[in-house]
Design a binder for this molecule. Structure first.
Ligand code: GDP
Ligand code: ZN
Length: 470
């Protein structure tokens, strides 16, 4: 048995509310088993070993009213999720039964758990670090193979181990620098400066890689918004329909009829794409409504993470397409995929000239040729879209650590800035004191991710985002 921090016992419904075959009510704390024993029919719960299951009935001892037939799972400190004594009561999943059981357990001395309190206790008792605790929430929310894999890797401590290893090496150096400071005036150098420079370069490389992975991590977690833009009648609505495989957008042969934005989500290999269809772009808007549509299109492009620029192969030249893309993305860093539509109408010569023109450009924009109407070339388009989002990084998502959490990304940014300062300090022979201070800041930022360094405010903000019962 380990010393635990809390003297009260918490209880909550751990399965989603609403009718279901089963509901699981979880208790955690020093009195979890005792409280359960007072309402459970089967004797011997108090002395039963951990990791055991018990079938019986729940009864209100005051009224003798029978509530339900249940299975009780027993876990003993420290071999439980929270490291406290934990009881999980599986009862029938009716709201009424659940309310009755919860009310009974509250009367017997349990307290209703706050949001995330089970996971918070697990963290505070050292069962997991902060990054792992956050991964619990991610895992529960994961909705694709990729997001699941990333969350599971984090939950199992992959990310934490990487960070701990980095910190451990930096701490060694920080300690040597602090030692120099203790010796004050005597001008001793315990910490080998060239060794520190090497270590710094390596650590900055790792931190930089983790930061870059956040771009992808964010996409995995939150999806990506891709705007489909192009002249009226290029086939934007048709393409959106084809991508969504349903007749959602209004397709019309009159130019400029897509006046509002239509958007929907498709999951391509586990990455959620939010496609937004926009009104047609043209230089001289035919009417005011269209003009509003055009300026909103530009606004949408500014907010997008990816631009699909669609054009009718039979209507424009490669040079026109390039200048339209340039005008639309001026001042933006945004991946673009050019999509030439209506291959069923365009001559092979036209298609070949587009391929050649786009391949030759100084800054190549990937070009895909499709026929959105008859749904040709869509697989190649999807492959290109995925490649744009993943870069080369996603090839090894199975093994690589990918940062998906904004809080982690911010902490890594802070650490990177302080590590850069240490580097600058080394380069200019700055005093030990300043080096040590920057190193301390960098260490603190890295420590915040796993919670080796944490504040009550930070914990509160993290765990209140959980649902009750987690
Ligand atoms: P938007 O204004 O860019 O949204 O264009 P629409 O999707 O409304 O399409 C304009 C017209 O082009 C419609 O009549 C479509 O049926 C037609 N169209 C779209 N894609 C293709 C295609 O691949 N081949 C042919 N032949 N026609 C297409
Ligand atoms: Zn349209």
């Amino acid at each position: 048995m380990v010393q635990t921090i809390f003297s009260d016992t918490i209880v909550a419904l751990s399965t989603p509310p609403g009718a279901g075959a089963l509901a699981v009510i979880r208790l955690s704390g020093p009195a979890a088993i005792e409280i359960t024993a007072t309402v459970f029919s089967k004797k011997g719960l108090l002395t039963a070993p951990g990791h055991s299951l018990h079938y019986g009935t729940l009864r209100d001892p005051e009224t003798s009213q029978l509530l339900d037939e249940v299975v009780v799972a027993l876990y003993r400190n420290p071999r439980s999720f929270t490291r406290e004594d934990v009881v999980e009561i599986s009862c029938h999943g009716s709201d009424y039964v659940v309310r009755q059981v919860l009310a009974l357990l509250l009367r017997k001395g349990a307290r209703l758990a706050e949001a995330g309190e089970f996971t918070k206790r697990a963290f505070l008792h050292g069962a997991m670090d902060l990054a792992q605790a956050e991964a619990v929430a991610d895992l529960i929310a994961s909705d694709s193979a990729i997001s699941h894999r990333v969350a599971l890797n984090q939950l199992r401590g992959g990310f934490s181990q990487e960070l701990r290893a980095l910190r451990a090496r930096l701490i060694k150096f920080a300690a040597l620098l602090e030692l120099e400071l203790d010796f004050g005036e005597e001008d001793v150098e315990f910490a080998d400066r060239s060794g520190l420079a090497l270590l710094l370069a390596e650590v900055r490389g790792v931190v930089g890689g983790l930061l870059r992975s956040f771009e992808l991590g964010n996409v995995i977690k939150n999806g990506i918004t891709a705007v489909i833009a192009g002249r009226p009648n290029a086939g934007k609505s048709t393409l959106l329909n084809a991508l969504l495989r349903e007749e959602r957008a209004i397709v019309s042969a009159i130019p400029g009829t897509t006046r509002d934005f239509i958007e929907d989500e498709v999951s391509l290999e586990g990455i959620r794409f939010r496609f937004v269809d926009t009104a047609g772009l043209r230089d001289n808007p035919a009417d005011e409504i269209e003009a509003i549509g055009v300026s909103r299109t530009r606004q949408r492009v500014r907010q997008a993470a990816l631009l699909l620029y669609l054009f009718d192969l039979t209507e424009v030249t490669p040079a026109e397409v390039r200048s339209e893309i340039e005008a639309l993305t001026e001042g933006l860093h945004l991946p673009v995929v050019a999509v030439g539509n209506k291959t069923d109408l365009a001559s092979p010569e036209t298609q070949a000239s587009f391929m050649a023109a786009f391949g030759r450009a100084a800054q190549p924009v990937p070009l895909v040729l499709v026929a959105a109407g008859p749904k040709q070339g869509l697989d190649a388009l999807q492959t290109t879209l995925l490649a744009q989002v993943r870069g080369s990084d996603l090839e090894n998502t199975a093994s690589a650590t990918i940062v998906t959490n904004v809080r982690h990304a911010r902490a890594l940014e802070t650490a990177a800035a302080h590590l850069a300062a240490v580097q600058a300090g080394l380069d200019t022979n700055r005093g030990t004191e300043l080096l040590a201070a920057d190193l301390r800041h960098a260490l603190a930022a890295l420590g915040e991710i796993t919670g080796e360094i944490s504040s009550e405010d930070l914990l509160t903000s993290i765990f209140t985002e959980f649902c009750i019962g987690k």
